[in-house]
Design a protein around this ligand. Structure first.
Ligand SMILES: [Fe+2]
Ligand SMILES: [Fe+2]
Length: 191
């Protein structure tokens, strides 16, 4: 499937606001790709598809899980916002023909992060928070940090997500904590 065909499909699958965000993340991923040492074309695809399973109905989620043998992470039972990342990797593979495992992993982990993130995973995590349409007050701070130190930007961005989850009174996915700890431990080792 070409990226133009992906865009047509995403446009019909997403509400306008989400589709705008999708295009914003794809463009931001391309802009930041050289900084992360990631191929811009692959970054573009990962950005386009990162939210391809967002706003799926419960029926759709059930249907994809049954048809493709997806076992959702136990945290998804209560934290519905996590579903679209984990399921998105499967949707990108079966509906959009993506076989590039790094792209699929970037989609899978874009809401939680994980320890030892690849450059592509870091890129999509950051681009999701810094695309121009994203109205979170910390976006500018993350953008500035990326120019100085990618991992510092990521530590800050994950911290912002964790605080957001705490404010909402929701469960924190352990991968987010492990991701942040891993980055901080690496920083200590290298300083
Ligand atoms: Fe997302
Ligand atoms: Fe997103």
């Amino acid at each position: 499937m070409t990226t133009d065909e992906m865009i047509v499909r995403l446009k019909s699958a997403q509400v306008e606001r989400r589709f705008k965000h999708t295009l914003g993340v794809a463009a931001e991923a391309v802009r930041l790709a050289p900084r992360f040492g990631v191929d811009p074309e692959r970054a573009y695809i990962a950005g386009l598809l990162h939210d391809c399973a967002k706003n799926f109905t419960d029926e759709q989620v059930k249907d994809y899980c049954e048809r493709y043998g997806v076992t959702l992470d136990p945290y998804c039972k209560t934290e519905k916002a996590l579903i679209h990342g984990f399921l998105g990797a499967t949707v990108a593979r079966v509906d959009y023909g993506i076989e590039d495992q790094e792209i699929l992993d970037a989609i899978y982990y874009h809401t939680t992060g994980r320890p030892n993130m690849t450059p592509m995973e870091k890129l999509i995590y950051i681009a999701d928070m810094t695309e121009p349409g994203r109205e979170i007050e910390q976006s500018q701070q993350i953008r500035e940090l990326v120019e100085i130190d990618i991992d510092e930007a990521l530590i800050y961005a994950i911290g912002c997500s964790i605080k957001h989850v705490i404010r909402k009174g929701n469960l924190i996915h352990p991968d987010s904590i492990f991701a942040r700890n891993d980055l901080i431990e690496n920083r200590r080792r290298s300083s």
